[in-house]
Design a protein around this ligand. Structure first.
Ligand SMILES: Nc1nc2c(ncn2[C@@H]2O[C@H](COP(=O)(O)OP(=O)(O)O)[C@@H](O)[C@H]2O)c(=O)[nH]1
Ligand SMILES: [Mg+2]
Length: 239
């Protein structure tokens, strides 16, 4: 069987030190190309991305967003552009090495019989390295809460390391996605489940970033509390 063509979409905000090494590791995998979606990072990540695009023509692309920044917005824009490309799979991952590119082959392989594959921290117990206890509790509680409210059967609903079959991603109404933080991950999975997509999970070990800072904010957390109920209502109303 031929290697599937995969485009890895990476949103960046202040990831200057991480981006170069990460992109190089991704490109070691046959069939993988990268699309960086930068939100005018003040630390110059956008220029690092441009340098990479020059170094790897045809394998690295950069989208420079302007206007209000946001993770969800960046993904919606990146996915829209990725769907115009001649690729089989569209992957997504963080730029901070929490998602190790070494797992790309297992996500890609699982996409053979699933339409969406989630790199999961919570398949075999908890596989997270270097998180303070409060963050672990928050994340595991959040996932239970999301599963209970939305009915999703996925163990890790908030993780951002995923691989989509192109047709499946194309069925998600990207223009209607409203959330922007962790909820964006939940909303995308919820819509995938509504489209009857087969969702699979493969185990990953998630390692907290060593360089740069997290952009987790309290408004993102507030959105995560409300969004599962909005999604449930949306389904109930058939919207
Ligand atoms: N384009 C873009 N990327 C973002 C934004 N906020 C976070 N990111 C990226 O999203 C990924 C995850 O963010 P991070 O701060 O590590 O969140 P955490 O892992 O939950 O602490 C990283 O690649 C960030 O650079 C944003 O507003 N715009
Ligand atoms: Mg992170």
């Amino acid at each position: 069987m031929r290697t599937p063509r995969s485009l890895v979409v990476i949103p960046t905000y202040n990831e200057r030190e991480n981006l170069g090494p990460l992109v190089r590791q991704i490109l070691e995998h046959e069939g993988c190309a990268v699309m960086i979606v930068d939100d005018q990072s003040p630390d110059g990540t956008g220029e690092v991305a441009d340098d990479l695009a020059r170094e790897f023509p045809g394998r690295v692309d950069v989208v420079h967003r302007v206007g209000k920044r946001g993770l969800g917005r960046s993904y919606v824009e990146g996915f829209g552009l990725a769907l115009e490309r001649d690729v089989d799979l569209i992957c997504q991952m963080d730029a901070d090495f929490s998602h190790d590119p070494k797992y790309l082959p297992s996500l890609i392989a699982a996409a053979e019989d699933h339409e969406v594959v989630v790199g999961s921290r919570y398949l075999n117990g908890i596989s997270v390295v270097n998180w303070p206890l409060h963050r672990l509790i928050l994340s595991t509680f959040a996932n239970r809460y999301i599963r209970a409210v939305t009915g999703l059967a996925v163990r890790d609903c908030t993780g951002g390391f995923r691989c989509w079959r192109r047709e499946a991603l194309g069925r998600i109404p990207l223009g209607r996605i409203v959330s922007d933080g962790y909820s964006f991950m939940v909303e995308m999975l919820f819509e995938a489940a509504r489209q009857q997509c087969r969702i699979g999970e493969v185990p990953i070990v998630f390692v907290e970033r060593r360089m740069g800072a997290s952009k987790l904010s309290s408004s993102v957390l507030a959105e995560s509390v409300i969004m599962p109920w909005r999604l449930r209502l949306r389904k109930l109303l058939g919207r």
